[in-house]
Design a protein around this ligand. Structure first.
Ligand code: F6R
Length: 612
């Protein structure tokens, strides 16, 4: 979603801001803008569309100011256009503001301001916010930071804000509530970002702001106060992140890079946590709540999108191995139901970004009902990681492609480790079985490498089907959530309509869609559902549907029954989703590319969905 970058230092701000905006493009956006303090005045440039449009607009302007803010906007209030783009500026032209999040009571504030004679150019909640802050500043005798603090007392909603005021030209104000902000310490300079990516090449020393904290950021100092005006000592952390983690390197697209780096990222995720020799699983992140977790009466897995499918897959695993009742819930549904929760429940929130608004609210809801809440997040220090009691990081590295790939498989690895740990502690699997499973889990990265070695074949299959306008994905048992995930990947990346279904449900409706034009991806591995899935393939073929089957290596018999097949190496049913999803990621990628789609930044999508 929206992205923020800010700079105060000795260098010209424009190139730093523009480069920062390019690094934020992965989050998904539809307009971009910057404001730079230039000889005592604000120079503001905003453009609908890509950052490249903004760069063209700035060509030849020769701006040299050394303090500025920049923003990529993902439209919520008002269409994507130049006027609605950020920064927004107060009517007197003195205050510029960029905003991630949503101001819920903006209509009330807007009508109050209109009654006072203010005019508005845009349809956004953000312009209301900047006018409101300017109004409080003008009508109070406190300094600007205090005015921001006072104004925000009236504001309901979520925000990460960076504000520039010509009256106080040597500082930026950064403030957050529910939307992340990170400040980087440079040499006689500071950087601000919605994440660290816009300034990673300049510094790795960062401070993550907490909710309700206001930071006054100058070239050489930062002063932070909390909502009660208490001074907070800035706590710098060193980012464990290299620049190449957020660059494409030799790959054409981030999505492809992230698909191919899965074996290594999964090894990173397991490193030090699974010990093949002893069959031990060590999850330091859940140490303090271990007893609660091992003796949970029920597990509730909650998430959105692809992360939800990781939860759905894990339901099979937890039930099989741990014999615990499991519920898997879309966070957006869970939060608005009246869920029956108790202190014996453990809720596991799964989120790559750790910022998904619905998942975050589900976490708060479960916590307030007394449940133990764990997080499985990729982004270290993210809101969900901080809001949960404890958790396990996926350590997949930054995921820049909007469509989740490596974060999904890393979530599956973490959930597998958790299931093995719980099963061992509860005694629902014996030591020998646990040891065998741990060994198998450790081999998964190699198995994925084997699939990646045959990526060329998947491209050829994509070539045959990329013009289809509908796809069906079918799977059963552990492979049912993977069918859902495969379909989601295809629609996100190629804009082809695709549906995932449990294979046996086909005859209860979707079978009506099948004709000679319809490609159906069937996950037909040699697991306990194999024979049943073969019957489904027969049903499809007798209606002339085209079957692309994901099959177990060496299954020669099935090859004659299907139109196309992709083999995956033999793997235990429990961990097969980790391997079978990879060809589906590649299929979606190649079809997207053949259709000329922007696979890294598909239309309308955002990387972290911080609004509900
Ligand atoms: C799909 C995708 C989304 C996310 C969903 C949840 O490729 O990326 O469906 O999985 O928006 O996001 P996180 O995991 O950040 O909570």
């Amino acid at each position: 979603m929206c992205g923020i970058v800010g700079y105060i230092g000795d260098h010209s701000a424009v190139s730093i801001l523009l480069k920062g905006l390019q690094r934020l493009e992965y989050r998904g956006y539809d307009s971009a803008g910057i404001a730079v303090l230039e000889e005592g005045e604000l120079a503001v440039f905003k453009k609908e569309g890509k950052v490249a449009n903004l760069i063209s607009q700035l060509n030849g302007t020769g701006l040299h100011g050394s303090i500025g803010i920049g923003h990529t906007r993902w439209a919520t209030h008002g269409v994507p256009n130049d006027t609605n783009a950020h920064p927004h500026v107060s009517e007197d032209g003195k205050i510029a503001l960029i905003h991630n999040g949503i101001i819920e009571n903006y209509l009330t504030l807007k009508s109050e301001l209109k009654a006072k004679g203010y005019h508005f150019q845009s349809e956004t909640d953000t312009e209301v916010l900047v006018q409101f802050i300017a109004d409080v500043y003008r009508n109070s005798d406190v300094d600007f930071a205090e005015s921001v603090h006072l104004a925000l007392q009236r504001v309901i909603g979520a925000y990460g804000l960076v504000i520039l005021n010509v009256d106080e030209p040597d500082q930026l104000i950064a403030v957050r509530k529910g939307s992340p902000l990170v400040i980087g310490k440079g040499d006689h300079a500071h950087y601000i970002g919605s994440d660290a990516s816009p300034f990673l090449e300049y510094t790795k020393e960062v401070i993550y702001l907490n909710d309700d904290e206001i930071a006054v950021v100058k070239r050489d100092s930062i002063s932070i106060t909390d909502s009660k005006h208490k001074r907070v000592s800035p706590y710098f952390e060193r980012l464990d992140l290299e620049l190449d983690a957020i660059e494409k390197g030799a790959y054409d697209h981030f999505m492809l890079k992230e698909i191919f780096e899965q074996p290594d990222r999964l090894r990173d995720c397991m490193r030090g946590r699974v010990l093949a020799q002893s069959g031990e699983v060590k999850l330091g992140g859940i140490r303090s709540y271990a007893d609660k977790v091992y003796h949970a009466k029920r597990l509730i897995l909650t998430a959105c999108g692809t992360s939800y499918y990781a939860g759905l897959t894990a339901e099979y695993l937890f039930e099989d191995l741990c014999r615990i009742p499991v519920e898997v819930e879309y966070a957006s549904e869970f939060r608005y139901r009246n869920p029956v929760l108790s202190e014996d429940d453990v809720l596991v929130a799964i989120s790559q970004s750790g910022e998904t608004a619905d998942t975050l609210v589900a976490v708060e809801l479960a916590k307030s009902a007394g449940a133990t809440v764990l997080g499985i997040c990729n982004v270290v220090g993210s809101s969900i990681a901080r809001a949960t009691h404890e958790g396990i990081y996926t350590h997949a590295g930054p995921e820049i492609g909007v469509a989740s790939t490596k974060a999904f498989t890393a979530q599956l690895i973490v959930l597998s480790m958790l299931a093995l740990k719980i099963a061992g502690e509860r005694g629902t699997i014996d030591q020998r079985k646990k040891q065998a499973l741990v060994k198998e889990l450790q081999v998964v990265p190699e198995l994925i490498e084997e699939v990646l070695d045959h990526a060329g074949r998947i491209k050829q299959i994509a070539q045959k089907y990329w013009l289809a306008s509908n796809f069906l994905y079918l799977g059963r048992g552990y492979q049912y959530p993977i069918a859902m995930e495969g379909a989601l990947k295809l629609k996100e990346i190629s804009y082809i309509h695709a549906e995932g279904y449990p294979a046996a449900e086909m005859k209860h409706g979707p079978i009506a869609l099948i004709d000679a034009e319809m490609p159906i991806v069937v996950l037909a591995l040699k697991d306990k559902a194999y024979d049943k899935v073969l019957s489904n393939i027969e049903e499809i073929k007798s209606r002339h549907g085209k079957v692309i089957a994901i099959i177990s290596e060496g299954d020669e018999a099935i090859k004659a029954q299907v139109d196309d097949w992709i083999e995956i190496p033999a793997v235990l049913e429990y961990f097969a989703p980790l391997v079978s999803v990879v060809p589906l990621q590649l299929l979606a990628y190649h079809i997207g590319i053949m259709k000329g789609c922007n696979v890294d930044q598909p239309r309308n999508l955002a990387k972290s969905v911080t609004v509900e």
